[in-house]
Design a protein around this ligand. Structure first.
Ligand SMILES: Cc1ncc(COP(=O)(O)O)c(C=O)c1O
Length: 377
């Protein structure tokens, strides 16, 4: 990628499988845009926004996800938020992981009943909240919705889905999983974190986005036919908004087909991810508890050190990666977040690790200490 005219090695784009600029994908996208126009269809699904392409993609997704039905969402963020909202009423209780993505938290905020948060991936805390929820619904007559992520997008650890579903029998909840980062990257052909953990069937509503592994836009939910049918008429962000443009849908059909029939993209992604993660560990870096492609690197330092280090990486070493700072992480922690893709290679990995060793040494020597936040311009 070029950043302000300079070539940089980017670890910060959502393009896990490298499909964004794949010639087959670009040809289909261009042909669909030329044939159909980017404006088509000109309405919400429920009005005039339904096409054969939308229906085909929903069928393809259902077959791939091994769920009864699927519903396309014009944006992942709003779709996820409004799917959560649609699943509950004021008698129900939502029990959700404390590190859930903002769109899930916003969905929880729209809920008019009680919500109980459990500590991130902490099964004791989950059970405590499930007990409270069960007591409450005993009075309200509602149900429990447990909400978590398949692969947590910030630190890369998978939601403990296998452990969570083991509580289902006793607490009788419905499980909603946002697998934005797992779809396309983990499980068979990229079926996701539930598949990787052998509990895919126990996920009641699976949310995936086209914006990460497929590097396009839009999203979907898959689940039981009656739930999906309910979504079609009750998910406010879809009922009252334009449906996905048909060329985007045609492009997603192509990408899904490639996910299934061209495993080499996922294999390359994992080759890069494994080399990156094992190389960083070998070099002494703390990469947390990731068990996905998302690769965090935790360093010690304040805000000014974080920004100075990132500018140094970008301007002097040509490496562009995201930093995560306080308040997402504690004040004295710097988290660099690397997103490997199938378009990276092992030379990129080696160069990055060697560079990280250099900047970590500079950090330890106090070379990034400064006043305030570095000038990004
Ligand atoms: C876990 C998670 N859920 C949902 C979203 C939103 O998806 P989209 O970019 O398709 O709106 C994201 C994107 O950052 C995400 O990381």
């Amino acid at each position: 990628m070029k950043f302000r005219g300079k070539d940089v090695l980017v670890w910060s784009v959502n393009n896990y499988l490298g499909l964004a600029n794949h010639p087959e994908v670009r040809a289909v996208d261009a042909e669909a845009a030329a044939q159909l126009g980017m404006g088509y269809p000109m309405g919400a699904r429920i009005m005039s926004g339904q096409t054969d392409h939308h229906e085909q993609l929903e069928r393809d997704l259902s077959a791939f996800m091994q769920k009864e039905d699927s519903f396309l969402l014009n944006f992942g963020y709003q779709g996820c938020q409004s799917a959560i909202e649609a699943l509950v009423n004021r008698h129900d209780v939502i029990v959700y992981d404390s590190e859930s993505h903002a769109c899930m938290i916003d969905g929880v905020r729209l809920h008019q009943g009680k919500r109980y948060v459990f500590k991130h991936n902490d099964m004791e805390s989950l059970e405590t909240q499930l007990k409270r929820a069960k007591t409450l619904i005993g009075k309200t007559g509602g149900g429990i919705l447990v909400v978590t992520e398949g692969v947590f997008g910030m630190a890369g650890d998978q939601g403990k889905l296998a452990e969570i579903v083991s509580f289902k029998k006793e607490y009788g909840f419905r499980l909603f999983v946002d697998d934005a980062h797992g779809f396309g990257t983990v499980g068979e052909n990229g079926r996701g974190a539930g598949d990787a953990q052998g509990v895919h069937d126990e996920i009641d509503v699976y949310f995936g986005t086209f914006a990460k592994a497929m590097a396009t836009i839009g999203a979907f939910v898959s689940g039981p036919a009656d739930v999906i049918e309910y979504f079609r008429y009750n998910m406010r962000s879809q009922t009252f908004a334009k449906s996905l443009p048909a060329p985007i849908v045609v492009g997603a059909i192509k990408r899904l087909e490639m996910m299934i029939t061209q495993p080499q993209h996922k294999e390359q992604l994992w080759k890069v991810a494994r080399a990156l993660q094992s190389g960083l560990k070998k070099a002494g870096f703390n990469i947390g508890a990731t068990n996905s492609c998302v690769t965090p690197v935790f360093l010690q330092g304040g805000l000014s050190e974080a920004t100075n280090l990132t500018v140094d990486l970008r301007e002097n070493y040509g490496i562009f990666c995201s930093i995560v700072m306080y308040p997402v992480v504690p004040k004295d922690v710097i988290m660099l977040r690397l997103i490997p893709t199938a378009t990276h290679n092992l030379d990129d990995v080696e160069y990055t690790i060697e560079t990280f060793k250099k900047v970590a040494a500079k950090l330890a020597e106090g070379k990034y200490v400064g006043e305030g936040i570095a000038n990004w311009a």
